[in-house]
Design a protein around this ligand. Structure first.
Ligand SMILES: Nc1nc2c(ncn2[C@@H]2O[C@H](COP(=O)(O)OP(=O)(O)OP(=O)(O)O)[C@@H](O)[C@H]2O)c(=O)[nH]1
Length: 390
């Protein structure tokens, strides 16, 4: 049973948790509701009370599901995905890298049959936070659309709270006009199918993605953000921070996956996001080469990690460590950076506030843990009495 791995990853204080990207392959039939600890819309490890949203990766064969997972969470280079073998069973992976980024990804084989009576799709959808359906935009997508419709309607019946996310994938081979055209067509057809079935209330979100640029990271960021209950608080804190520090834009990044878990309320443009990703790469690469002593392993990122980059258009990029796996990346004008003391003081207050949000989360988890332990011991007592009446 794999929940032990989940427990090992998610200790009481996740800040102490080792970088937690784990591979785990299991036959779905091996799971039961009780073992997985399914609750409404989320996965809860029955022993440690950790609640992890589940993200499903679905779509036709060769649409690019495993490549997405490998590129975003395993730092695989896009070219290497050419050699990935077809997935033939469900692969489950725990992603628990930072205080706020903690979820499970289930990668499904393309040929899975929902109507197979041995396939317990109700159990799977009941524990799901987001369903990502990947459509290969370079292929004929008629079959993918009918599959999308089937999957979404089935899932919605079981769990109307699932976020449905459609990745129109492999758009690297398309011109800009062609991309927009494809998105419009897929959007229209998918929503028409739902309307014909009287299911207009199902909301589908669409993203143009490719593993060959940052679009896949940006799309994944948006999917993950919807699953972070503290998101409004984080956004609010960022808004307060930037308005008091003369900063134009600030992102809170998970440094391992380069998923941004929050940003202030001004709009995000792709170029800014790409610059942030590049800056994180530079910091990690330089630290890897010059920052690690021989005895150290793991991520070369700590309390001292910070970087300042002056761009040639009078913009300054400022990166600072927030927690073991989170970094703040800010954009500001050269003039505003002259008040670095004020920015650092405000950043200090921001960091404390984040810590408080995190403490509340830990408390909730501890309470949940106590509750589930009590339930667990009650259950084993009852079983003991039943099986051993003497
Ligand atoms: N051009 C392009 N090719 C991609 C992209 N993403 C994945 N691919 C390629 O698509 C092929 C199939 O990718 P996989 O990740 O194995 O697809 P899958 O959906 O997991 O396939 P199954 O395991 O059979 O369900 C590979 O050759 C990838 O290199 C992309 O964004 N652009």
């Amino acid at each position: 049973m794999t929940t032990e791995r989940g427990s090992a990853l998610s200790g009481e204080d996740e800040e102490d948790t080792a970088l937690g990207y784990y591979d785990d392959e299991d036959d779905l039939e091996a799971f039961s509701d009780a073992e997985l600890g399914c609750e409404d819309g989320v996965f809860s490890d029955s022993l440690n009370g950790e609640v992890k949203p589940r993200i499903l990766l679905m779509g036709l064969r060769r649409s690019g599901k495993s490549s997405i997972q490998k590129v975003v969470f395993h730092k695989m280079s896009p070219n290497e995905t050419l050699f990935l073998e077809s997935t033939n069973k469900i692969c489950r992976e725990d992603v628990s890298s930072s205080s706020f980024v903690s979820f499970q990804i289930w990668d499904f084989p393309g040929q899975i049959d929902f109507f197979d009576p041995t396939f317990d799709y109700e159990m799977i959808f009941r524990g799901t936070g987001a369903l990502i359906f990947v459509i290969d935009s370079q292929d004929d997508y008629v079959e993918a659309l009918s599959r999308l419709h089937l999957t979404v309607t089935r899932a919605y019946k079981v769990n109307p709270d699932i976020n449905f996310e459609v990745f129109i994938h492999k758009v690297d081979g398309l011109s800009d006009d062609h991309k927009i055209e494809k998105q419009r067509d897929i959007h229209k057809r998918a929503n028409d199918d739902l309307a014909d079935a009287g299911l207009e209330r199902i909301h589908l979100s669409f993203y143009l993605t490719s593993i060959y640029d940052h679009s896949i990271f940006e799309a994944f960021s948006k999917v993950v953000q919807k699953l972070i209950p503290q998101l409004p608080t984080l956004e609010n804190l960022l808004n307060i921070f930037i308005s008091n520090s003369g900063i134009e834009k600030a992102f809170l990044f998970d440094v391992v996956s380069k998923i941004y878990i929050a940003t202030d309320s001004s709009p995000v443009d792709m170029q800014t996001y790409e610059l942030c990703c590049d800056m994180i790469d530079v910091v990690i690469d330089i630290s890897c080469i010059y920052g690690l002593t021989d005895s150290e392993g793991g991520l070369p990122y700590d309390k001292e990690s910070m970087a300042i980059i002056h761009l040639n258009n009078t913009t300054v990029m400022y990166l600072k460590e927030v927690t073991k796996f989170l970094a703040m990346v800010c954009f500001l004008r050269k003039e505003s950076f002259e008040r670095k003391g004020l920015i650092d003081y405000n950043f200090h207050c921001f960091k404390n506030a984040i810590q408080e949000v995190f403490d509340v989360r830990v408390k909730v988890q501890q309470n949940r843990k106590l509750l589930s332990q009590r339930r667990w011991s009650k259950l084993s007592m009852t079983n003991g009495v039943l099986s051993n009446p003497h």
